[in-house]
Every structure is written in structure tokens, then in C-alpha cells.
Write a protein that binds this ligand. Sequence first.
Ligand SMILES: C[S@@+](CC[C@H](N)C(=O)[O-])C[C@H]1O[C@@H](n2cnc3c(N)ncnc32)[C@H](O)[C@@H]1O
Length: 243
Amino acid sequence: MSGFFVLKTFKLRFTMTHLIDNTRTYFFGRSYYEIVSCFGLHEGTLTGKRILDCSAGPSSFAAEAPKHGFEVVASDPVFYRGYDSLKTLAYSDYEAMFARVRAKSGLFVEKTFKSVEEAEKDRYGALKIFLEDYKKYYPVGRYISAELPRLPFEDLSFGTVICGHLLFLYSFDYDFHVESILEMCRVAAEEVRIHPLVTMSGEMHPEVGPLMELLVSKGYRPEIIEVDHEFFKGSNKTMVIRK
Ligand SMILES: C[S@@+](CC[C@H](N)C(=O)[O-])C[C@H]1O[C@@H](n2cnc3c(N)ncnc32)[C@H](O)[C@@H]1O
């Protein structure tokens, strides 16, 4: 068995151990503008900043940030794979994800997109931008393999850390949420943003309140903000944890 195969197996197994049920996370992403609105970021205030997009998936945020005047490093556990392998994974996960969205169409909110088809077109567009950028900028460290609850970055090495469509949405346990959020706070100099705060059924995750109390007890300033973005029911809220 080659060393590469052993490493790959270990990584997949490690990801699964944090999930309460057998649901695996999908390698799925969004466009620059969708990420900006999900997290309630204000473009004018981002100039010169360095942001970590943790659990980035194949989003085009990191690829498009430089033309808007700031830098994004994208991290994801599968960012050790090559271009062809990621492309195959993404296309198969997009198909599976949109089949799930259509099966739960009652949860879709006509706001950010007029239809699921419009969202699909936008997100496949972002995927194409990501794939071309990954090929070009992986060698210079724009895309880094990293898996919560540990991050391979120095303390305070990014102004803002964002984490989208991972925590709360998938069935992770409380300890994983605590460790992951504190780890992101360690590498963020100013703030951490988490979106959304609901479970797959569109209800606010029951651990959001207790986690905010814990963060306050550790000296952080967590706040829930309403954002101008909603794809599925209840997903218009983001947690901002200021330091
Ligand atoms: C549904 S995608 C979300 C992508 C993007 N953040 C967004 O909002 O569109 C979830 C991503 O989390 C990644 N992931 C899974 N387990 C993770 C972990 N333990 N730490 C960080 N990312 C993880 C997956 O590989 C996947 O790309």
C-alpha cells in the first residue's frame, strides 16, 4: 500500500469521527458575492485585509478577492488532492447536493436566488473559477489542507476567519463545535464569522445559545447578525465573534 493511499484513508476516517451520524460533508461552494453576503461582510472595509476561509470548499472567494483589494487563504481537508481528483469530487457532490435541495424544495427561500436553477448556474460558475485558480495558486499556498478542530496557522495570523456551511449544519457534537470555534478565535486577530446557525431542518441549532455563553465567559464578544442572504429557511443569520 503506498504512503499516499494510507494518508488519504486516514484523512477520510478522521473527518468521519467528528460526525455524530453517517452524513458526510459535501464538497460544495459558492461565488464571491454569495460568500460576502452570507457573512455580512462589507466590501469597502475589506481592502488590505487577510481573511481565512476555513472549510472553503470549491468557492471562488479566494480566487476573486485580489481583484477587490484583499487576500483570502482557503483551507479545507481535501486541499491535498490534485486538480483532477477535486474536479471529480466536486461534480459528483454538486449533483448529489442539488438532488437533496430539490427533494427538500419546501425549505428553499426565494430571496438570494429566484429559483434552485438560478442558484445551480451561479454555483457551477463559481466552481469553474475555483478549479482554474486552484491549479494556478495551489503551489503558492492560496489553498491549504486543514481540518478543524486544528488549524496549521500561527496565532492571530488572519484579521477575519470565516466558516460557512459546516458547523451547526452538519451533525457534529458539542465538543467539536467548542474546539473548532476556539481554534478559529486563536488564529483570528479581530473576528470569527460563522454561517448559518441552523440545522439541516432550518431550525436554530440548540447549541448556539450555550456556545455564545461559553464564548462570553472566555472574554469574547459574540453577536448574531441578520444578513441579506437566505437560501434555505432560517439561514439568514450569522454569528460574529469579536475579540
Ligand atoms: C458544504 S461545504 C461549504 C463550503 C463553503 N464554506 C460554503 O459556505 O459554501 C463544507 C466543506 O467543509 C469541509 N470540511 C469537512 N470537514 C471539515 C473539517 N473538519 N474542518 C474543516 N472543513 C471541513 C468539506 O470538505 C467541504 O468542502
